[in-house]
Design a protein around this ligand. Structure first.
Ligand SMILES: Nc1ncnc2c1ncn2[C@@H]1O[C@H](COP(=O)(O)OP(=O)(O)O)[C@@H](O)[C@H]1O
Ligand SMILES: [Mg+2]
Length: 261
């Protein structure tokens, strides 16, 4: 059974305006368990709208969404939290600044049930959190009771990633989650991402504008344009790709797409 099936997803913002264009235009997509799907496309192609629709914060005008056989098209975002988790581009978005690192992790482990986070903090849990944080390689393992407000953007983003994976979601959504970080920190967060996805065998949909990263990562590469999928390259064909071949083969205007190298 596919982990995710999108059928005919259509969304137009500001439908009342004559110049409005669909952000999603009848998009069909099927994601198999264990797929690591990398999504590229120019600004405004509809990548974030697709992820927002899957997470439930954008309601499609038409079409349906099925996760592991369950139709979730009309399900409220918080009710999808046990199925789908996400990391945004903005390092401030995924964590609660007023709480400590361990409180944030306790909440994430309870899949968003915020109450009584402190009472969850048993010695066993703290030991587990320390191990997880050590894996991130960002020096957070000795700072369990530090307020998240004191962390750097990269540290917060790494913590957001951890929070998104500890509940073992069916689907992990990453929307340019390293784009706001300096290159060194971005690499670390990407390495932590690969470790988390591999070790937990997560099915993942990652948006990036970094073409080399898109080619080096995952088993499927999808390009979106004007709310549709323009190509979907898999397996051995994907593994053999180079950035230049991709640009040439699909006549990608690399300046316009801002895909980078
Ligand atoms: N919440 C929103 N309200 C109005 N327009 C939106 C909203 N989200 C996205 N759009 C519009 O939908 C189109 C696709 O945007 P988006 O999905 O953010 O593209 P991408 O992530 O590929 O850059 C754009 O024209 C954008 O302006
Ligand atoms: Mg976007």
């Amino acid at each position: 059974m596919p982990t995710l099936v999108c059928r005919g997803l259509t969304k137009t913002f500001h439908r009342d305006l004559p110049e409005s264009r669909p952000a999603l235009d009848g998009l069909d997509l099927s994601v198999a368990p264990g797929d690591f799907l990398v999504l590229i496309g120019g600004n405004g192609a509809g990548k974030s709208t697709l992820l927002n629709t899957i997470a439930g914060t954008v309601q499609p005008d038409r079409g349906s969404l099925v996760i592991a056989g369950r139709d979730i098209t009309a399900l409220a975002p918080h009710k999808r939290a046990s199925l789908v988790t996400r990391v945004f581009q903005d390092p401030m978005a995924g964590t609660a600044a007023a709480m400590t690192i361990e409180e944030n992790l306790a909440v994430a482990e309870r899949r968003g049930q915020a109450h009584r986070a402190r009472s969850l903090l048993t010695p066993e849990r703290r030991a587990r959190y320390r191990d997880w944080l050590a894996e991130l390689g960002l020096g957070l393992e000795d700072r369990l009771d530090t307020s998240v407000a004191l962390l750097s953007g990269g540290q917060r983003q790494a913590l957001s990633l951890l929070m998104a994976v500890v509940s073992q979601p069916l689907l992990l959504l990453l929307d340019e989650h390293t784009a706001a970080l300096d290159p060194r920190t971005a690499n670390r967060v990407m390495e932590a991402t690969m470790r988390a996805v591999t070790e937990r065998r997560l099915t993942t949909l990652m948006v990036t504008h970094n073409m080399s990263q898109a080619i080096a990562t995952g088993n499927r590469l999808i390009m979106m344009d004007a709310g549709r999928i323009r190509f979907d390259i898999r397996g051995a064909e994907k593994a053999a790709l180079t950035p230049d071949a991709l640009v040439e083969r699909f006549h990608i205007d690399n300046d316009r797409m801002r895909l980078g190298h």
